[in-house]
Design a protein. Structure first.
Length: 193
């Protein structure tokens, strides 16, 4: 029997680097590793591409002219639509403050140039796996929220039915009491005759 399950699409990675050589090499290596790669050489262009959707991860150079990687990252984290988009910052700065700055701005990970492609690939896999777990968790939460909302509606309907039943019971008791009073009056007037 042939397995007909759909094959998941490879992740799409936006690579942002103002150095054309670095951009070309990184994009070629990532493509060979099986990723769909979108190259981008400015921060503004990166924000435009991300706004179009379909990006699974951003590899973001930290130091770029005009709009820095940190500025791009701050913009992404400031938008509800992209707040959880995985971002790995790539930097030529090796001092610890570079890592602190990238992580404080909201990076999921960072790596200093020059780096081993295998290390970058492992970090990409880890960040994408964590993103997939977060997406699953969000789906589960949305499903639970929908179930809670449905239960709240059902509970509201049950309360409304209970209120109607109580009102009917009160009317029935009043009717029975009125009939009982009438029977007593009739019995009292028959006994007097």
């Amino acid at each position: 029997m042939i397995d007909v399950r759909p094959v998941p699409a490879p992740p799409t990675i936006l690579v942002v680097d103002d150095n054309g050589t670095n951009l070309a090499v990184l994009c070629r290596r990532l493509s060979r590793a099986g990723f769909v790669v979108i190259p981008c050489d400015t921060g503004r262009q990166a924000l435009t591409v991300v706004a179009g959707g379909g990006i699974d991860l951003v590899l973001l150079d930290m130091i770029m002219p005009e709009v820095s990687g940190v500025d791009v990252l701050s913009t992404l984290r400031g938008s509800r639509a992209t707040a959880d988009l995985p971002v790995i910052v790539i930097t030529g700065r090796s001092e610890p403050t570079a890592a602190v700055e990238a992580l404080a701005a909201g990076a999921d990970d960072w790596i200093a140039k020059p780096f081993s492609f295998e290390v970058l690939a492992a970090r990409i896999d880890r960040v994408l796996a964590r993103s997939a777990r977060l997406t699953d968790l969000k789906r589960s939460n949305a499903s639970l929220d929908a179930r809670i909302a449905q239960r709240a509606i059902e509970l509201g309907e049950a309360h409304a039915e209970l209120a109607v039943t109580r009102a009917d019971r009160i009317r029935l008791i009043a009717s029975i009491q009125a009939l009982s009073d009438q029977v007593e009056r009739l019995n009292g007037s028959s006994a007097a005759s």
